[in-house]
Design a protein around this ligand. Structure first.
Ligand SMILES: [Zn+2]
Length: 215
């Protein structure tokens, strides 16, 4: 399995406007900031064509089938691919519109063909990036380290799929999704960012190093 340094960036905070008090936020372990959808039914559509449309739709289908999210057809999330140039990012996720309490209204996931169509990246890499950017658009942040074998890993490519921890986080942050209380206010396992703060987020033993957040 390849483990290549990736340049998969996550942005979007500059294109939205909202007021938030950090102290009141309760974050899932790999929730992207406090973003979440108001419910599990979200429309996804690809604006790309051919190969990239297939990749984007395939990865969206994976998220839809492997998590409590139902990404049916629509335009709440748009996936696209183009030659965006030497931007420094392979893929980019942006929140285009947001509602109260960090709810996502509209988001997009962009694939940069200027890099990805070159010889350095194969289909597994393309899928990793597409999976990750769509993952961002449903509220997930990056995972770190070689042991995080998920597409949400922004340090190592070669993982075209998300893992159970990602699916659990989606369930925890999305109201009506897999029993999660939802949103920023969900207590659950979420709360704190990392086990290194001494808090066992998952209740499965932070100190034994098994907690995914420790990575
Ligand atoms: Zn990313």
């Amino acid at each position: 399995m390849k483990r290549r340094t990736a340049i998969v960036l996550l942005t979007g905070l500059m294109v939205v406007s909202f007021a938030v008090t950090t102290a009141t936020l309760v974050r899932a372990s790999n929730q992207w900031y406090c973003w979440h959808w108001p419910g599990p039914s979200v429309g996804f559509g690809s604006a790309a064509s051919g190969y990239w449309s297939n990749i984007l739709n395939s990865e969206a289908n994976q998220w839809s089938s492997g998590t409590c999210m139902n990404l049916g057809g629509g335009s709440d999330i748009t996936g696209d691919a183009d030659f965006y140039g030497g931007t420094g990012w392979l893929g980019l996720a942006r929140i285009l519109e947001s509602g109260p309490d960090c709810t996502i209204v509209r988001a997009e996931a962009l694939m940069n063909q200027s890099y990805l169509d070159g010889p350095s990246y194969d289909e597994t890499d393309d899928r990793h990036v597409a999976c990750q950017e769509i993952g961002h658009t449903i509220g997930l942040d990056h995972r770190k380290g070689p042991n995080s074998q998920t597409c949400m890993n922004d340090q190592f490519l070669g993982f075209p799929d998300f893992d159970q921890h990602d699916a659990d986080t989606v369930a925890a942050i999305t109201p009506g999704c897999g029993g999660g209380g939802g949103g920023c206010a969900n207590g659950g396992e979420n709360g704190r960012k990392k086990c290194t703060d001494g808090i066992d987020n998952d209740g499965d033993g932070c100190t034994d190093g098994a907690d995914p957040d420790c990575q």
